[in-house]
Write a protein that binds this ligand. Sequence first.
Ligand SMILES: [Zn+2]
Length: 398
Amino acid sequence: MKAGKASVLRRIEASKEEAIDLLAELVKADSVNPPGDTRKAAEVITRKAATFSENVEIVSCGETVSNIFITLNPGARPQLLYNGHLDTVPVGNEANWDVDPFGAVVRDGRMFGRGVADMKGGVAAMLMAAKALAVERVALEGSLVLSFVGDEETGAAKGTGFLMERGYYSPDMVVVGEITDNCGIAIAGKGIAVYALTTRGRSAHGSTPWAGVNAIDKMVEILHRLQTDLVPDLRRRDSGFLRCATLNVGMIQGGIAFNVVADQCDVVIDRRTLPGETADGVTREIRDIIDRLGKEDPALDASILPLGVAPPFETSPDEMICRVARDTMKELGRPTDFVGYGQVCDGRIFSEKGIPTIVMGPGTATEAHAPNESLELDQYLEAIRVYALLAMNALGGS
Ligand SMILES: [Zn+2]
């Protein structure tokens, strides 16, 4: 290992306490979304960033969503972008927590709190890595940009999506620091398509169901067909790094009283997509099933409404960022396999623009969005080393 890298790693080792304090401060800065106010978290970040960089910029969207850019060696190419989100999902039922969700309690080598894994750990690790590079005066040939954003959990329209639209991004490669089970190298990620399905019937007295058309019964037929004619096929679909495509009926509502034949039933479907699946194709598959059923049952009156879509992403393993990530993990004596990212993240926004993107971050997927969310501190500290060396390998730092 070159002298520059060794001194960066020594710096990271010496800054352990500082890194853990930073993560605790971030966890204490409530940024649950909704409402998605990231000002407090952004303040923690900018205070730390100001200790090592003069290039700190806040770009707000509306009054409460603060997005931050921190740049090392601005203007130089290539440009590596580290992206992370500051907002978190809500706490949920506090009775299910054994600790204060904003207390940043440390117990048995783990820190607990809402967002500590998803993904304040990734954000803090990226920031501490940048600090180590800056303090050790690593001469980067390219530039490292950190973008910490709001509004990831509710669609990115005020965060990464907003910044992309406004022309704030022009990276040559991107690392998103979402959880990939202790910094696995995810080069593909699932997409999502959400649909509202509605069946309509005709009301009648509950004692004379033959006098009406029961919309709930009709919906049950559709859901049954989705399970028998589509779901087995989705289970067999495999894109290599991502297990399979899925369909989940997440919500259902119908009828007005037990003794009335229901005249409407609504469900919401969450369909997770694989690279290669298109939004149109996915919609057509569901529509075809409804159409086929309609031919067998003339009384079926059903419609499908797409509510939202985010595409899957896939990056060629031959891209420089993938190779560099592998070299970095090898250098640290860690697994070098490529993996898939099973959730949806802001990575898709860069990938859609043709920018090579990977997802790589500390934490375990099951911790995200759960009560008693926690992050193993060893994973967090390892992520700082990963991000520091990765930047040096990608940007020719010495
Ligand atoms: Zn996340």
